[in-house]
Ligand binder design. Structure first.
Ligand SMILES: Cc1cc2nc3c(=O)[nH]c(=O)nc-3n(C[C@H](O)[C@H](O)[C@H](O)COP(=O)(O)OP(=O)(O)OC[C@H]3O[C@@H](n4cnc5c(N)ncnc54)[C@H](O)[C@@H]3O)c2cc1C
Ligand SMILES: *[C@@H]1O[C@H](CO)[C@@H](O)[C@H](O)[C@H]1NC(C)=O
Ligand SMILES: *[C@@H]1O[C@H](CO)[C@@H](O)[C@H](O)[C@H]1NC(C)=O
Ligand SMILES: *[C@@H]1O[C@H](CO)[C@@H](O)[C@H](O)[C@H]1NC(C)=O
Ligand SMILES: *[C@@H]1O[C@H](CO)[C@@H](O)[C@H](O)[C@H]1NC(C)=O
Ligand SMILES: *[C@@H]1O[C@H](CO)[C@@H](O)[C@H](O)[C@H]1NC(C)=O
Length: 530
């Protein structure tokens, strides 16, 4: 896709300054007069073309596909340093009829928090300065502002207690705002459920610029913001309940190639992993690798089994050697360490490194594409063999199999907007990463080809998708008019939210009938005739 960026920027200015002719104030005047005078907004505003605009914009771009000169850019970024700045952004964005994108950690896989596909002028409300984490050990709760990243949350919990934790994502630079809004999961999900199963209150700014907590917004609105995406307001902070973890946990990562019986082991894994004790999370990452033999280099498929066990090594060995002897786990494969150190392990940082590394928000960025699926029936050996053959042909895309089961089976699919509970054995994440812009078309196509190939093995009607793995291939909403917007929204909405989609639409219609909080895959409002 090509974007006429210079024209777009000029157009943005034109629109911003002309649309305002019917009101006496400019957008800038509006945000100034609508924020708390004790906390001036001007230092938080970055106009396109101003010196620090690019560094603020680029600091939270987590996919190089959206760091090109063709990428549509916001005409302005408000990097709120006070909650009143958020209120001002909403009030004035509405009043001046401008599209607002909300960004917390910037990890949206298709860049929706800082890119638009519509050609409309837009600004970014950036939350990264609002990142306090207040932990209360006595009540085992914390108030977490949405601009905090998960590593910061884990670090601040650990500062107060080494046996309390938050069951959220594996990558420490993911933002709380997007993560909770899409149902974030962790390697403790089989024991403690998702982030959304551990939210007890929230503070947000609604479409009228008003600050609301759970009580003031009401149970429907609270239900919607806790996993239903960014269509319902700007969430300022979540109150989360913390979970207890043992003093030490056990982790391991071991690999098996096809020559080491990977087919047999993965086949068995499908039956074992969703049925293991809730304390044990055992995922497998499937990729094509080249192994050097004595004569030549050989292409093969490798399955890497990565585990998190809320217990000690001896217990883990006894469980796995009884229930999954094919894996051949031995004591020296296992590392017993504190929960906070296990976070480093999962982030591919050497166990024993400083916990302070979790406070770093920067990370290496690549070009990437992700897609996802759910598997409800085990795949046969022949099926697996055909998949390996396809993967070896494509070489690039990897698949990560994440087991469900445990408490995920027990939480009703209507408890939160996140619908993928009982009946799902495991989730697939398809992933491709690359380092040159010239490879983009090819690598995107390879990823889609593997997804296409997997059709017979995964959920159907509709094919289910994990809400936090944004995938614009499922459709883009033009928001052109209510009827088409509803039907466009239903396509991706039912993939992400299943039977919860209609309830999300009803709530959306009630709390934001003008569709101010929108993006390419937001929840649409109800067309009048339904
Ligand atoms: C390297 C990597 C690892 C990941 N690992 C995991 C994992 O282990 N588990 C998991 O569940 N997911 C994982 N994800 C997916 C991740 O949870 C989602 O991409 C998540 O939405 C990112 O949140 P963010 O705040 O960083 O993103 P952003 O891009 O800032 O936001 C994502 C979406 O949420 C909206 N939003 C953000 N903040 C707010 C707010 N305050 N109020 C309202 N709407 C808001 C945005 O507008 C956007 O639509 C991973 C992603 C990456 C890139
Ligand atoms: C993003 O693009 C800018 C401008 O071309 C460049 O300076 C910057 O290094 C890029 N970021 C990354 C992480 O490559
Ligand atoms: C946890 O591990 C540490 C060091 O690895 C050890 O000193 C400590 O005794 C362990 N605690 C328990 C309860 O096993
Ligand atoms: C593969 O499985 C066979 C039969 O189950 C077994 O004999 C063999 O030792 C295994 N190979 C490896 C490398 O584990
Ligand atoms: C295999 O050999 C190539 C060079 O022939 C080398 O670049 C590569 O790192 C080797 N791979 C492994 C897994 O040892
Ligand atoms: C992130 O920042 C730290 C400190 O400024 C630096 O040491 C580290 O190398 C950076 N990491 C990346 C991936 O850029």
């Amino acid at each position: 896709m090509k974007y006429p960026s210079i024209l777009l920027i000029l157009f943005s200015f034109f629109v911003v300054f002309t649309r305002e002719s019917n009101s006496s104030e400019t957008f800038t005047q509006c945000i100034t007069s609508n924020s708390d005078p004790k906390h001036p907004i001007s230092p938080a505003v970055f106009f396109v073309g101003k010196p620090s605009y690019s560094s603020v914009l680029e600091a939270n771009i987590r996919n190089l596909r959206f760091n090109t000169s063709d990428t549509p850019k916001p005409f302005l970024i408000i990097a709120a340093t006070h909650e009143s700045h958020v209120q001002a952004a909403v009030t004035c964005g509405q009043r001046h009829n401008l599209q607002m994108k909300i960004r917390s950690g910037g990890h949206d896989y298709d860049g929706l928090s800082y890119v638009t596909y519509s050609g409309e002028p837009f600004f970014v409300l950036d939350m990264f300065n609002l990142r306090s984490v207040e932990v209360d050990v006595a009540s085992k709760t914390a108030w977490v502002q949405t601009g905090a990243v998960l590593g910061e949350v884990y670090y601040h919990i650990w500062e107060k207690s080494s046996t309390l934790a938050y069951p959220a994502g594996i990558c420490p630079t993911v933002g709380v705002g997007g993560h909770v809004s899409g149902g974030g999961y962790s390697n403790m999900m089989r024991k403690h459920g998702l982030t959304v199963d551990n939210t007890i209150d929230a503070r947000m700014v609604d479409v009228n610029g008003k600050k609301l907590n759970r009580k003031l917004m009401g149970e429907d609105h609270f239900w919607a913001i806790n996993g239903g995406g960014g269509s319902y307001g700007v969430v300022l902070a979540y109150k989360i309940s913390l979970v207890e973890v043992p003093e030490n946990v056990t982790v391991f990562s071991i690999s098996r190639t096809l020559e080491q019986n990977a087919t047999e082991i993965v086949h068995r894994w499908q039956h074992v992993a969703p049925e293991l004790p809730d304390e044990l999370f055992l995922r497998t990452i499937i990729e094509v690798v080249f192994v050097n033999g004595t004569v030549s280099t050989q292409k093969t498929v490798r399955a890497t089994f990565k585990a998190m066990f809320l217990g000690d090594t001896t217990t883990l060995l006894s469980i796995l050697n009884r229930r999954f002897p094919e894996l051949g786990l031995i004591r020296s494969d296992c590392t017993e360490t504190s929960w906070i150190q296990s976070v480093l392990f999962w982030a591919d940082i050497q166990v024993g490194s400083s916990e302070k590394l979790l406070l770093q928000r920067n990370q290496t960025v690549t070009y990437l594409k992700r897609k996802s699926d759910y598997v409800r029936e085990p795949i046969s050996r022949t099926g697996l063999e055909s998949i390996w053959k396809k993967m070896m042909e494509l070489e690039i895309p990897t698949m990560t199999f994440t087991p469900y089961g445990g408490v995920m089976e027990k939480i009703p699919s209507t408890a939160t907007p996140f619908p993928h509970r009982a009946g799902n054995l495991w989730k697939i994440q398809y992933g491709s990463d690359w380092s040159e812009g010239t490879l983009t078309t090819r690598y995107m196509d390879l990823t889609r080809e593997l997804y296409q190939f997997m059709t017979p093995f995964v959920s159907k009607n509709p094919r289910q998708t994990f809400p936090n793995y944004r995938d614009l291939d499922l459709g883009i909403n033009s928001h052109y008019e209510k009827i088409s917007s509803y039907f466009e929204g239903k396509r991706y909405g039912e993939s992400y939210f299943g039977g919860n989609f209609e309830r999300l639409v009803k709530i959306k219609t009630r709390v934001d009938s003008g569709n101010f909080f929108r993006n390419e895959q937001s929840i649409p409002v109800l067309p009048y005739f339904i």
